[in-house]
Write a protein of this length. Structure first.
Length: 299
C-alpha cells in the first residue's frame, strides 16, 4: 500500500486557552493507539494518567507515558482518546480511526471518511436489549469463517515459476505465495497459485480468495488488482483488518514483479537447504517501528 499520511487536528479539551496542533500524521492500521511525540505533549500540556508497556520491532520493551484525553479531528469527524508518548512523529492507529469511522483507500494512499456513512460516524455496539440489528463485524466474521471452512490453494507448490514472501515476523504475520504460469491463446497467464501463511484468519481468508481470483490473469492484470479487489467476497475491511489484505497484496507483488516472472530457459531444482517459511518467520528482522500495545499489568 505504501506510506499514508493524513492531516489531523489535536487539542486538549481541558485547556480551552491553548490552540490546537495540526499534524500530518502517519496512518498505521497495524498499530492500535494514537502516538504523540514529546513536543506535541508539551504544546498541549497533556498530563500523564498512567503508563503503557510497549514492545518495539527489535523486541525491546519500555514503559511510555499514557496521556489524555485528547480531541482528534479529521474532516467532519472527531473523537476523544488517550495517547502513548513515543517517537518523533504523530501516528494515527486503528482505535481512533475506528472511533471516527475512517477507512484507508490503499490504491490512492488516502485516509477518508467512510463513504457509507458520510455525515455521522457509525459502528457496532454491544447488544443490551430491544430489537436486534445486524452487526457488520459479525457479518465479516461469518464470511471469514466460511472461507476458512474450505480454504483454497493452501500449501507449497512443487515446480513453481515464481515465489513471493512478505510479512513482519515481529508482529507474527508472514505469507508466502507460489505461482505457476501456462501459455493460453498466445498469452502467459497464471495457471495456479498456492500459499502458506503465519498470520491472522483474515489474511488466510484473503489469500484463499485471491489465489482463485488471479487464475487466468497475466502478471500485469494480477498486479493491477487493488487491495480491496483481493478481499473479494469478504467485502470492505475495517481499518484493523486492512493490513491483512495488504500482506497478501505484498506477497503477490513480490512473486509477480517483472524480474520474478521472466521465463527461465532452464529450470534448476531448489537447493536442499532452501529456507522454509518457518525459517524465514523465525529469522530475526531488523528495522521498522511496529508497536504492540500490551496490558497495563507490569511484569
Amino acid at each position: 500500500m505504501g506510506i499514508v499520511h493524513a492531516k489531523i487536528k489535536l487539542d486538549n479539551p481541558k485547556r480551552a486557552d491553548l490552540k490546537f496542533v495540526e499534524a500530518n500524521a502517519l496512518v498505521d492500521t497495524g498499530s492500535l493507539f494514537l502516538c504523540l511525540p514529546e513536543e506535541v505533549r508539551l504544546q498541549l500540556q497533556l498530563e500523564a494518567t498512567s503508563e503503557k508497556e510497549v514492545t518495539t520491532a527489535d523486541g525491546k520493551r519500555c514503559l511510555c507515558p499514557y496521556v489524555g484525553p485528547i480531541r482528534v479531528q479529521f474532516e467532519n469527524r472527531e473523537c476523544y482518546v488517550g495517547a502513548v508518548i513515543l517517537g518523533d512523529e504523530v501516528l494515527l492507529g486503528a482505535v481512533p480511526m475506528e472511533d471516527m469511522d475512517l477507512v484507508v483507500i490503499p490504491s490512492l494512499r488516502r485516509l477518508v471518511v467512510n463513504p457509507l456513512h458520510p455525515n455521522f460516524a457509525a459502528g457496532p455496539v454491544k447488544q443490551i436489549g430491544g430489537p436486534k440489528f445486524g452487526n457488520p463485524n459479525d457479518d465479516l466474521q461469518r464470511r471469514i469463517q466460511a472461507a476458512l471452512a474450505n480454504p483454497q490453494n493452501m500449501g507449497e507448490m512443487a515446480g513453481a515459476d515464481s515465489i513471493g514472501t512478505v510479512g513482519n515476523a515481529d508482529c507474527g504475520e508472514m505469507l508466502r505465495l507460489w505461482v505457476k504460469f501456462k501459455e493460453q491463446n498466445g498469452r502467459r497467464v497464471i495457471d495456479r497459485a498456492t500459499f502458506q501463511s503465519f498470520g491472522c484468519e483474515t489474511a488466510i481468508a484473503v489469500a484463499s480468495l485471491a489465489t482463485e481470483l488471479i487464475r487466468g490473469k497475466t502478471a500485469e492484470e494480477a498486479l493491477a488488482l487493488k487491495t480491496e479487489d483481493l478481499a473479494g467476497e469478504l467485502g470492505p475491511l475495517p481499518p484493523m483488518k486492512i493490513h491483512c489484505a495488504q500482506l497478501v497484496e505484498g506477497a503477490l507483488r513480490s512473486a509477480l514483479e517483472p524480474s520474478a516472472v521472466e521465463p527461465k530457459k532452464e529450470n534448476s531444482p531448489a537447493p536442499a537447504n532452501a529456507p522454509t517459511l518457518l525459517d524465514s518467520f523465525s529469522k530475526p528482522k531488523e528495522g521498522g517501528v511496529k508497536l504492540t500495545f500490551l496490558d497495563d499489568e507490569k511484569n
